[in-house]
Design a protein around this ligand. Structure first.
Ligand code: SAM
Length: 162
């Protein structure tokens, strides 16, 4: 049985997504995971503008279906995969890059999973919520009509594992 969603759905503004993807410096053919992909907007923009394979994991059945439909409508269904499930249970070891828009508590809970599964050099961007006690290599601020968003970039390295 799937555990209950631990973060509410709130789509990241598109301008924030653009900045987050720019910070990741994605290359064609890389593999991106969006943990909690909502309506699939991050996956779709990553596939469309960077030609990467984008995998979204979404626990809410309705949203996972919408994300798939949106990818089809955007013409990137061949590059986008949506898994309906709990991201704590999905192997992330093949990821080149990861996007998060979750909460500080969930980011804290993901740290061990990242340390155990991700290769050195894997990039992580987290929208609004930093990963507690990890040092970002870059932080950008994005102003939107709703609120200001900080976007934090991390890269897995031996220091983090210590
Ligand atoms: C703040 S929304 C972000 C949506 C999308 N990434 C975006 O930036 O527009 C967080 C999403 O994570 C999903 N979620 C929460 N806990 C999850 C879990 N354990 N596994 C998979 N998805 C989860 C929620 O259902 C929600 O859609």
């Amino acid at each position: 049985m799937l555990r209950a969603p631990i973060v509410h759905y709130s789509p990241a503004p598109k301008d924030v997504v653009r900045v987050a993807l720019d910070m990741l410096r994605l290359h064609k053919g890389e593999l991106l995971f969006d943990l909690g992909c909502g309506d699939g907007r991050i996956l779709i923009m990553a596939a469309k503008y960077y030609n990467v394979k984008a995998v979204g994991i979404e626990i809410r059945r309705g949203l996972a279906r919408i994300a798939k439909e949106n990818a089809k409508r955007a013409g990137v269904a061949d590059l986008v995969e949506v898994i309906r499930g709990d991201f704590f249970r999905i192997d992330l070891s093949k990821a080149d890059a990861i996007t998060l828009y979750l909460s500080s508590k969930v980011n804290e809970a993901l740290k061990m999973k990242f340390i155990n599964e991700l290769r050195d050099g894997t990039r992580i961007v987290s929208i609004f919520f930093p990963i507690p006690s990890w040092n970002p290599i870059e932080v950008r601020k994005v102003r939107t009509p709703i609120k200001d968003f900080n976007v934090y970039l991390y890269e897995m390295n031996p220091e983090i594992r210590r």
